[in-house]
Write a new protein. Structure first.
Length: 295
């Protein structure tokens, strides 16, 4: 499943194409994806101007000029692709899609813009979804009401994590994956941030908080590494694992910077360490770490 850096990369690719532009026509080619599409979605999108394109956690948010927000989620295999006006006649042609690894039968939503460009949503596994929610109630909607802070925002700091980790015996990695604490932080980047911080994913989250309830130096380091890892991944265009591509069809390359993720059996990349990367299952997810230098 695309994680936050991948979704943010898609947002940045789509924003220049969609912001300030009107949807001339929307083609909704199925009744549902993970969930049913909102009633009359195509008709409700036609003629609407996209005021801005934002992101909350792993959700893309298109603010429309009628005070509605088009909420889009990529699910497991969803991707967006921009087709410029000069290539519009190729939409639906198998050869056009196959070069990019996306078959036209999986183009479930197509937004034709007044600029002449089109935005295609392709999803072979159909775990993504679209919804329309009034902006006034968006924050209280079940998708968003209990989400924690963003890992790229100013609200994520060591003091915030100390308040939420204090007294917790929950394994550190499990706590970091709790979307009620940090929204959008996923398995790949938690593994990488813990490695960079030298912290064992199995240790209790509360062990990083002092008896006075303050953040320890290790928790400060972890907070810094979470922010740095996410920022680097966004800059690199995310990690291309299975299905993820950018909005222009190109591939992210942060996976080439992985220190531990998917590197089971490889030597630790810490020059001062002679350990080997191990993998174990934790909360149903694969955890990769170095047992020698992560304590």
């Amino acid at each position: 499943m695309p994680e936050l850096p991948e979704v943010e990369t898609v947002r940045r690719g789509l924003a220049p194409v969609m912001e300030g532009v009107t949807i001339r026509q929307a083609d909704v080619r199925r009744k549902n994806l993970r969930f049913d599409f909102p009633d009359q979605l195509a008709e409700r999108l036609q003629g609407r101007q996209v005021i801005s394109l934002g992101r909350r956690s792993k959700y893309l948010l298109a603010d429309l000029d009628d005070a509605q927000v088009l909420v889009m989620h990529l699910g497991m295999s969803g991707s967006f692709r921009v087709v410029e006006a000069e290539d519009a006649h190729l939409i639906g042609k198998e050869s056009f899609h196959r070069a990019r690894g996306k078959l036209p039968q999986h183009d479930h939503v197509v937004l034709h813009l007044t600029s002449g460009a089109s935005v295609l949503y392709n999803d072979p596994r159909r775990f993504g979804f679209f919804d329309l929610i009034p902006r006034a109630v968006l924050a209280e909607h079940p998708y968003f009401a209990k989400l924690g802070v963003e890992p790229v925002g100013n609200m994520l700091d060591a003091a915030y994590l100390a308040a939420r980790f204090s007294g917790k015996k929950t394994p550190l990695k499990t706590a970091l994956l709790d979307q009620h604490i940090i929204a959008g932080l996923g398995n790949i980047y938690v593994c990488e941030a813990l490695y960079r911080s030298g912290l064992d994913p199995k240790r209790a989250a509360g062990s990083l908080v002092t008896k006075a309830g303050k953040a320890s130096a290790k928790l400060q380091l972890l907070t810094d590494e979470i922010r740095a890892t996410i920022a680097e991944a966004i800059e690199a265009g995310g990690s291309t694992l299975r299905d993820h591509t950018r909005a222009d069809g190109s591939l992210g390359y942060f996976q080439h910077r992985f220190k531990v993720y998917d590197r089971e059996g490889d030597p630790c990349q810490n020059e001062a360490c002679s350990g080997t990367i191990e993998r174990f299952t934790q909360s149903g997810r694969s955890t990769f770490f170095c047992p020698k230098c992560q304590k």
